[in-house]
Every structure is written in C-alpha cells, then in structure tokens.
Design a protein around this ligand. Sequence first.
Ligand SMILES: Nc1ncnc2c1ncn2[C@@H]1O[C@H](COP(=O)(O)OP(=O)(O)O)[C@@H](O)[C@H]1O
Ligand SMILES: [Mg+2]
Length: 281
Amino acid sequence: MTVLASIRDLTVTYRRDGREVAALKGVGFDIVAGERLAIIGESGSGKSTLALAIAGLLPASARVEGRIDWFWRTQPILGTVERQLRHLRGGVPLLGRDIGFVFQDASTSLDPVMTIGKQIAEVARTHLGLTWSQAYAKAKTLLQRVHLPDPDSALHAFPHQLSGGQKQRVAIAAAIAAGPKLLIADEATSALDTIVQAEIVGLIRRLVAEDGMTLLFISHDIALAADLAERMAVFRQGQLVELGTAARIVGAPAQPYTRALLDAHIGLDAEPLLNRSGLNA
Ligand SMILES: Nc1ncnc2c1ncn2[C@@H]1O[C@H](COP(=O)(O)OP(=O)(O)O)[C@@H](O)[C@H]1O
Ligand SMILES: [Mg+2]
C-alpha cells in the first residue's frame, strides 16, 4: 500500500464579514495510491473545502493550518499546506498536470467563448509540451475516450452547443488531458439527472481504471459513492467522523450520522442500498 498524500490536522477557517467560519476542524487521513476514495457528508460539512485545499484552490480569505504531504515523487515533498501552496508555482503538485479537478457545474470548468477542442488541447500543450497540432490530436482522442459523439466536429463546438452530460464529459476530458495522478470530482454528477449521472459515474470508473489514477469522489449521495468507491470518509460539520471500506460503512455504519445518511437515501427511493451496490453479493 503506497500513500499518495497524507493529510494531518487540517483546519480551514474562512473569514467573511468579520465572522470566522471553521469549515474543516483538524482533519487527518491518507489517500492511498490507486484507490477510489469517496468523501461524503451533507451540504456544508466541508467536502468542497477539503477538495480545494488538496488542489491548492482555496480563496485568499481562507486561513489554513496543518499539513498535506505528497509522496508522488521519488523524494517526498513535505511541508505545511501554506508551503504547499507556494510549491504550486514551482510545480509540485500542479493543478492540471498532477491533479485533475472536475467541478459540479461544467460552466465553472469550461470557457464559454473557446471551442472545446482548444480548451482540452490547451491543457495538453501547457503541461505536456505538445505543439498545437499534437495537442488537437490528443484532444480528439480524449473526446473519443469520453464517448462524445462525433469527436471531429465536437472539437470545433462551443460548450453551449452541448447537453449538461456532454459538457461534463468534456470537463472530464480536460481534467485528465495531462495524465494527472489524482482526479478530484466534486459533486461532478450532482446536477445531472439519474440516468446521465449513472453514465458519468461509469465513465469516471473506466477512465480511472484505464489510466491508473487515484480518485477522490466527493458527493452528498452515499449510495452513489458506495457504488463507485472502495473506501469512504464521512464528514460532518468539518470533522471526519467515520473512515472505512465502503462495504463496511454501508453494511455496518459506526456513527448514527452515517446511518441517518443511509436511511435518508433508502427512504427516498425505497431501494435497498446493499442490493444496489452489490456489496452483499
Ligand atoms: N468562500 C467561503 N467563504 C466563507 N465561508 C465559506 C466559503 N466556502 C465555504 N464556506 C463555509 O464553509 C462550510 C463548509 O462549506 P463547503 O466546504 O462548501 O461544504 P460542502 O462542500 O460539504 O457543502 C460551510 O459552512 C460554508 O458556508
Ligand atoms: Mg461542496
């Protein structure tokens, strides 16, 4: 078992209107290389704050304490989160190259006035040092890999010409264009209807397996997370309250909060979660 990143005593406080909001309170866990790890919890529990901290994307209004240590070079890169953020400019870890990030809303990731081919090619060009024509060839391959219909003409399309699900496919293609080791998907399927959601989850599963990526799958939907992830970390009010295999957490949640998340889901669609996930098979 190889640790990709170790997160220790991570505390993030936002300042807004002279008030302090503690979004993460002393969080610690490891991300294991090659695993599919889900971060779950209700809205406001600190999931996005965690994702942004890991990706070095926190706003300037956030105060960060604790550390995130990365182990994906031969030499471990050790340091506090703040030093880590300064490392970003030096290149380790670099968003786009080492970490791919997919947001809930594709309009956050995609530029409305740039063709999707150019947006994907730009990532490949910047991080892999390709020429434009090599980068466009790579973009076309990526559009094929995410199963976008008619990749040749899609290269020249603008985001508004695509459906919500297609836009997320493009956002995923851009996120993996430079071959990142870690893919972070923050509620990447939450805005989509159930059928499209299942397709995108299947797509993420396939791409992560094909490229040997580590996945951080962030969702408020514990059933969806249990379908995809091997391990789950349950967050509540900025704290990590439960960490374990998806099978154990779904089969025997240790925390009443986790049980409530499960019950809320089962109550909604009356479909037994264990059957759905195939975890008791
Ligand atoms: N930029 C911000 N400024 C101030 N407070 C924020 C900001 N982003 C998030 N928060 C607060 O931090 C807490 C955790 O939010 P977030 O990490 O977005 O949770 P989740 O992704 O689980 O819904 C919430 O109370 C939220 O209101
Ligand atoms: Mg969020």
